[in-house]
Ligand binder design. Sequence first.
Ligand SMILES: NC(=O)c1ccc[n+]([C@@H]2O[C@H](COP(=O)([O-])OP(=O)(O)OC[C@H]3O[C@@H](n4cnc5c(N)ncnc54)[C@H](OP(=O)(O)O)[C@@H]3O)[C@@H](O)[C@H]2O)c1
Length: 253
Amino acid sequence: MTNLIIITGANGNVGFSLAERLVKENKKLLLLYHKNSEKIEKLSNEYPELITTLSTDISDYEKLKQDLSPLIGNNCNPVALVHTAAMRSIDAKELSESDPLIWQKVVQVNLVGTYNVLRIVLPFMIERNKTIKQSRHIVLFGSNVSRTGLPNGTAYSAAKSAIANLSLSLANEIGKHQILINTVSPGPIVIDASHFSPEYRKFREDYYAVMLKKTPLQRLAIPEDVVNLTYFLISEQNSFVTGEDFFITGGKL
Ligand SMILES: NC(=O)c1ccc[n+]([C@@H]2O[C@H](COP(=O)([O-])OP(=O)(O)OC[C@H]3O[C@@H](n4cnc5c(N)ncnc54)[C@H](OP(=O)(O)O)[C@@H]3O)[C@@H](O)[C@H]2O)c1
């Protein structure tokens, strides 16, 4: 039976960087993407025997279940899930001026989407653990905004806080199956923002400038900083860390 690592948001900054690292170590990966797929398509062309890709919308439970289940169910041993997929606060508006539909959509993708992914993947992990006893690992992605708040991003911020809490509750439910779950909560990560709308780019640039001034390590994170911790958390080296929320902020509270 093949060990399988599932990564959502795999065409994104962190998801892709992790996928690249793991595939070079000969790990078998199931990579979930949304609309953009260019980076993981290139990677899967390089490693066709190790990578399976799936286009998904994590906010659609029934469709996700229908598409994802067969890929985990057949002769696979799901050893890790790294859930990076997320939707940004695209309208960047104060709550009093926000569009209720956009607000709900951000919570739907980020929070309900997290539930959907877990609801589908976890039963496979629990079932496999009955025959193959080993630690399995889940990493969810929160954000430092759960400590600081995010003006003009309340839906995103609220959903990220909820994800960390969901992870904590779940650690208590699934420890008995030897499944360890943790949240990784980065501060701002330096990424290519050229494809964002001018309005959202400005929002990010202003926010990043303030954050940089407050960061003791005097730089902002790059995806590799975040991948390093995630890599440890899903590795066999992580035998006893579960239910934690790790902030990666260069020392900024
Ligand atoms: N980057 C930061 O500064 C930062 C800071 C704190 C926390 N975080 C969190 O860290 C994680 C990784 O960040 P990142 O920079 O790698 O994010 P990212 O590059 O934006 O990647 C997120 C991925 O999620 C996918 N996605 C969006 N909506 C989806 C949906 N409905 N169904 C399935 N997938 C969907 C996106 O695909 P499409 O592009 O095709 O829509 C994208 O590839 C995220 O959870 C993020 O919230 C990031």
